[in-house]
Design a protein around this ligand. Structure first.
Ligand code: G4P
Length: 534
């Protein structure tokens, strides 16, 4: 198969939701229906066994939240589907944002009783910024939930884009009778249970309305009526609008009962886009050289969107998750890290199947592969088979919470430094080294990040630390148009300057006024709340 046809049959999407909406359940059912796993319970099981394999993941178990995001590949209808899970807890939202840079579409799961919840809202914002197409799945229709018209209305408002219902529920909770497929004009009858395959559900044409009415009673008539209202009030299906992130198709179902899931899997194949072009911006003599990289281009290129410590405590290596942007990866290939110009010599290169990692035989644009290394790769790195390219757009957000790191045993300084450098490169936390010296500062977006880092420093680097509060409440990355301007600024604020893990200059603030005042004093200096890896 040509590179172009390989990339055309790939779908790479993230599944996003507020905790408890049913993301894990739906993921499992998608894997089940694609044949990637044979029995239900495997993903939940994996959740549990993952804890057992690594100490620091204890935290995850204790809190019942998912710290790390993971990747699963499956094949379905001659397509290769890469599903990226995202941590639901808001304290790890940075990790999620980065995962969203690696996908071409998103599947949003919402709980039909709760509607669009806080964490989903934040994720939607990121998708909106990137115009990521979103498919909506309204879950838990087997429970007493809200009126579907109400939910549709809320999704429209929260997403700021029209909805287009593709399936429509008949009843809910005890009276949940099934879903009407608006395209095929059929009703798929709901039967509870988690053993059913996609073809095991009864399908009745809507033309047999009398039969359906007799069987489902008033909820059926109500459904027809509300469906008509919904269709009248919502947008007609327009594929271009969906691809542009301007319209979301909406599906109803019940993940735990395998119901309405097949429709979503088919939508991923039929509606979601294959990998698209990516922009490389390389600085040559300080001038940006912009190049559009097409997925079917011959040269291999990819970007590191996540780095994770090996979950096996006996190995100190790390896995760099790379989203392939173009070309084909094959074992034995010579690879280069653009930032350092150095050759990357991974100890292994893996692909992520539903329950296991396997050595990669080949990978194309859209696929996610994991390079196991002992260092030399950072978040945001571009890896190629030789060409000079630099993909941008991996976001780092200015932290809002800061702590000073105090080492309990000063003899462990080297271990602490190594630990902080690696955790900083992983993006688990942001590390700032004050220019005037003194203890390192940790910056986080969510409080839990501190706890994970403290735990990991002890467990993985044998560095016991105490974290103390400090006066800082924000940071801004600093750039200037001329070295003279920058010098004037750094001379004025020596005590406020620091460098982060990527050696970027940051200004530490104690209140929002700090930035405003500094900006008024130095109008030519740029204060960035977000750093994109470049
Ligand atoms: P998450 O990954 O988004 O956090 O959610 P998860 O799939 O773990 O689901 C959260 C809870 O919601 C689970 O119940 C799950 O069984 C339930 N659930 C998921 N889909 C449906 C559905 O369609 N209908 C109903 N009624 N419940 C659903 P739990 O009690 O927390 O866990 P468990 O003991 O059932 O596994």
């Amino acid at each position: 198969m040509s590179y172009a046809s390989e990339t055309r049959r790939r779908r790479t999407f993230a599944i996003i939701s507020h905790p408890d909406a049913g993301k894990t359940t739906l993921t499992e059912k998608l894997l089940l229906f694609s044949g990637a796993i044979q029995i239900a319970g495997a993903v939940k099981g994996r959740k549990a066994s993952r804890h057992a394999t690594s100490d620091w993941m204890e935290i995850e178990k204790q809190r019942g939240i998912s710290v790390a995001s993971s990747v699963m590949q499956m094949s379905y209808r001659d397509h290769v589907i890469n599903l990226l899970d995202t941590p639901g807890h808001k304290d790890f939202s940075e990790d999620t944002y980065r995962v969203l840079t690696a996908v071409d579409s998103a599947l949003m799961v919402i709980d039909a009783a709760n509607g669009v919840e806080a964490q989903t809202r934040r994720l939607i914002e990121v998708c909106r910024q990137r115009d990521t197409p979103i498919i909506t799945f309204v879950n838990k229709m087997d429970r007493e939930v809200r009126d579907p018209l109400d939910i549709l209305d809320e999704v429209e408002r929260e997403l700021g884009m029209p909805c287009c219902p593709i399936t429509w529920p008949v009843g809910q909770g005890k009276s949940f009778g099934g879903i009407i497929n608006l395209r095929t004009q059929t009703m798929t009858v709901f039967t509870p249970g988690s053993d059913r395959g996609p073809k095991d559900f009864e399908v009745v044409p809507l033309a047999e309305a009398d039969r359906l009415r007799k069987r489902f009673g008033q909820p059926f008539d109500d459904a027809l009526e509300s469906m008509e209202l919904a269709v009248g009030a919502s947008a007609a299906w327009n594929h271009e609008d969906f691809l542009a992130g301007k319209l979301t198709p909406v599906f109803f179902g019940s993940g735990v009962n395998n119901f309405g899931v097949m429709e979503v899997l088919d939508a991923v194949v039929d509606m979601s886009p294959p990998p698209g072009p990516r922009i490389s911006t390389l600085l040559v003599n300080k001038q940006p050289v912009v190049k559009t990289v097409q997925p079917e281009d011959k040269g291999f290129a990819g970007v590191v969107f996540k780095v994770q410590a090996n979950m096996d405590a006996n190995h100190r290596d790390r896995i760099a998750f790379v989203r392939v942007a173009s070309g084909r990866y094959q074992p034995g290939m010579k690879l280069k890290v653009q930032r350092t110009g150095k050759e990357l010599r991974p100890t292994s290169v893996v692909t992520f199947m539903s329950q296991r990692r396997e050595a990669v035989e080949e990978a194309y644009a859209g696929d996610i592969i994991g390079f196991t290394t002992h260092g030399g790769v950072q978040l945001g790195d571009t890896i190629t088979d030789g060409a000079n390219l630099q993909f941008t757009g991996l976001p780092f957000f200015a932290p809002e919470l800061f702590m000073t790191v105090i080492l309990k045993n000063p003899l462990r300084t080297k271990q602490l430094q190594q630990g902080l450098a690696q955790l900083g490169e992983e993006g688990a936390i942001q590390v700032f080294k004050p220019d005037v010296g003194g203890p390192m500062l940790l910056g986080a977006v969510g409080q839990l990040q501190f706890e994970v880092v403290q735990h990991r420093l002890r467990a993985e680097y044998d560095a016991d630390v105490r974290l103390e509060g400090c006066q800082y409440t924000g940071a801004r990355w600093i750039t200037a148009n001329s070295p003279a301007e920058l010098r004037a600024f750094t001379d004025a604020y020596p005590m406020r300057l620091s460098h982060d893990a990527a050696n970027a200059l940051a200004f530490l603030c104690t209140s929002p006024y700090d930035v405003r005042l500094a900006q008024e004093r130095f109008p030519e200096i740029q204060f960035h709340p977000l750093r994109e890896h470049a």
